[in-house]
Write a protein that binds this ligand. Structure first.
Ligand code: ZN
Length: 361
């Protein structure tokens, strides 16, 4: 699978508009997907970028509402979503400036935005609008709006309004229908009714019909038994084959030769089997969200480093080699934070492999 950069004319760094559309179309056609990595700091950003560079693949970097607030610093108030707006904008500028150095195309995205968080999305889109006026491109490639907990009509009509706003600057919008179970970022769906975990094909058609006249830049996170986080196996079963039914339903309505007209997103990817990923990707999933597994991977490097070097980390001076030996080179953050970057990077490299994106550039 050769030369995406050459074939699609993609440039290293943050891409938007038709470049994102062409990338996702190409991925859908050729059966691969991009991992979407939740980043919370410059350290997690560079770990993900390094993985993409070494695997020669494009990547999606995203900030969640809580991740954005963390990027801004936990010491400031998030009243009126101020910290989340400022943090996501800071992350965007950081990623924009550093991504080209890694030589990979990056889709810069923001994660779940529920109804109560809409001021966050509004604040980011104000920044997109201002950036567009100055540079002719939006600040972010893409946002997610997630009104899946609200009535379907409200979900679709409000999503349509946001897509309308994003359309002039060709920004992608990901929406959710059906519910991803589990718990993430303070949204707890551990007790929802199982039926709402599986999206119906009529809903997908309804969304497609409403959104596609506005702009082609949208994707759907449909529920097929996905769960955020990693738990003991429960009674909800992942059914990626449902996505094939949705595609067939929409293709039939459109009387289209295109067998996969819809762009799907796979939420709650952590803990899923490679088979499930690949089945879903075969049915038009172009982006797979991975968060929990990466949090775990990032911790692993720090934990193992500290466990192994604990005798060098108890005092600034004095270790098993002598009471006057300095420990500076053990507690320098460039040493121990780096260990987490290495283990996180390795997990992203594995995801790129699992989703068949490796070597696509
Ligand atoms: Zn999600």
């Amino acid at each position: 699978m050769p030369g995406l950069i050459e074939k699609l004319g993609l440039k290293p760094g943050v891409i938007y508009g038709d470049d994102v559309l062409n990338l996702f179309k190409y991925a859908r056609e050729h059966g691969f997907a991009l991992p979407a990595i939740n980043v919370t700091s410059s350290s997690t950003v560079v770990a993900a970028l390094e993985a993409a560079r070494d695997a020669k693949a494009p990547i999606v970097l995203q900030v969640s509402n809580g991740g954005a607030a963390y990027f801004a610093g936990k010491g400031i108030s998030n009243d009126g979503q101020k910290a989340s707006v400022a943090g996501s904008i800071a992350a965007a500028h950081y990623i924009r400036s550093i991504a080209p150095v890694y030589g990979v195309p990056v889709v810069l995205h923001t994660d779940h935005c529920a109804k109560k968080l809409l001021p966050w999305l509004d604040g980011m889109m104000d920044a997109d609008e201002a950036f567009f006026k100055e540079h002719g491109v939006p600040l972010f490639s893409s946002h997610m709006i997630d009104l899946s907990e609200d009535p379907v009509d409200y979900n679709i009509s409000t999503t349509a309004k946001y897509l309308q706003r994003a359309a002039p600057w060709k920004q992608w919008l990901e929406m959710e229908i059906g519910i991803t179970g589990g718990e993430e970022d303070g949204v707890n769906n551990e007790d929802v009714d199982n039926n709402s975990l599986y999206t119906q094909p009529e809903d997908i058609w309804n969304i497609y019909q409403t959104l596609s006249p506005i702009s082609p830049y949208f994707s759907i996170a449909a529920g097929f038994g996905n769960v955020h986080g990693v738990y003991q196996p429960g009674n909800v079963k992942l059914q990626p084959d449902l996505l094939a039914k949705h595609q067939a339903f929409v293709a039939d309505k459109l009387k289209s030769d295109d067998k996969k007209p819809v762009f799907f997103v796979f939420h709650g990817g952590s803990g899923s089997s490679v088979d499930d990923f690949r089945t879903a990707i075969g049915h038009g999933v172009v982006k797979v969200n991975l968060d929990t597994d990466l949090q775990w991977a990032y911790l692993s490097g720090h934990r193992d480093y500290i466990t192994k070097n604990i005798e060098y980390l108890k005092t600034q001076v004095g270790n098993p080699n002598g009471p006057d030996k300095p420990n500076k080179k053990y507690y320098d953050p460039r040493v121990w934070v780096r260990e987490g970057e290495k283990t996180m990077k390795a997990r992203v490299v594995q995801a790129l492999e699992d989703f068949k994106a490796t070597g696509s550039l």
